[in-house]
Design a protein around this ligand. Structure first.
Ligand code: ATP
Ligand code: MG
Length: 246
């Protein structure tokens, strides 16, 4: 009998503040509604916000896990994982940013392997930098979601990334245009011409939430909230999730 392996989904972008972490949380909410065991790994190592956004306190984080693995103190993954609800667990980014440089990229594979057979989905939040840690993470991922803000500089960087993926013959990336940040300067027609690709998923302007900080402060995930569960934005994210899980 085949052993079930988690799908590894990484959410990234070509620019900071593009809605990556919000999208990670929203996708996690949808996966949780589908009863899929999901672990969010906060690999935005210098400024991860997942545990804060979900009101989760943990003594352990990715750094303490790596340190314990290196020092042969590691016993079980459960010591580093904190539950949010019955389906969503999280592993926090390092509390102390000074420890990030001590995380060797080779540990990413080890961490993912510890999680691979315990979850249906490993959902990774990242920063937008192309460093060794993110490159290893991209390599390990089944799908890489680029959350693209509606902004010219982001289009320029995204175009470069698309050519790199095309050169490498990789098609495991999905571009999600984020029109929910409160601005949508360029038309979808213009964006398609600039990037030279179809954009299948657009987070609509209607997903803009004026008082989003209220949800963050209360540790809420929008897609698990009654008033967002059936919104257009959630439906689009649900389609994206179905596509990813295929
Ligand atoms: N749907 C939304 N409605 C209103 N504000 C939003 C929405 N999505 C994201 N934001 C706000 O935009 C900002 C950036 O979002 P988020 O933190 O998700 O982006 P990010 O790409 O993870 O940023 P970083 O690069 O800093 O990690 C945050 O202040 C967030 O609250
Ligand atoms: Mg973020």
């Amino acid at each position: 009998m085949a052993i079930k392996q988690a799908k590894i989904i990484t959410v990234t972008s070509v620019k900071g503040g593009s809605g990556k972490s919000t999208t990670v949380l929203n996708i996690a909410g949808i996966l949780s509604e589908k009863n899929l065991k999901t672990v969010i790994v906060d690999m935005d190592l210098y400024s991860g916000m997942i545990s804060a956004a979900l009101n989760i306190e943990s003594d352990n984080d990715i750094y303490t896990m790596v340190d314990d693995l290196g020092g042969s103190r590691f016993k079980q993954i459960e010591n580093y994982v904190k539950p949010y609800n019955e389906n969503i667990d999280i592993i926090s980014a390092p509390k102390d940013p000074r420890n990030v440089l001590k995380i060797h990229p080779s540990y990413i594979d080890i961490i993912i392997n510890r999680l691979r057979y315990k979850y249906d989905v490993i959902l990774i939040d990242t920063n937008h930098i192309i460093d060794q840690i993110n490159l290893v993470t991209f390599d390990l991922s089944d799908k890489i979601i680029y959350v693209l803000p509606n902004d010219l500089m982001a289009f320029k960087n995204m175009k470069t990334m698309i050519s790199i993926y095309q050169d490498m013959g990789l098609d495991k990336y999905i571009v999600v245009l984020n029109d929910s940040l409160g601005y949508d300067y360029f038309s979808h027609y213009d964006i398609k011409s600039i990037l030279g690709i179809e954009i299948k998923y657009v987070l609509p302007k209607s997903l803009y939430v004026k008082n989003i900080q209220k949800y963050v402060t209360n540790g809420k995930i929008l897609t698990l909230e009654k008033n967002f569960m059936h919104s257009k934005g959630t439906l689009i994210l649900k389609e994206l999730v179905e596509d990813i899980l295929k």
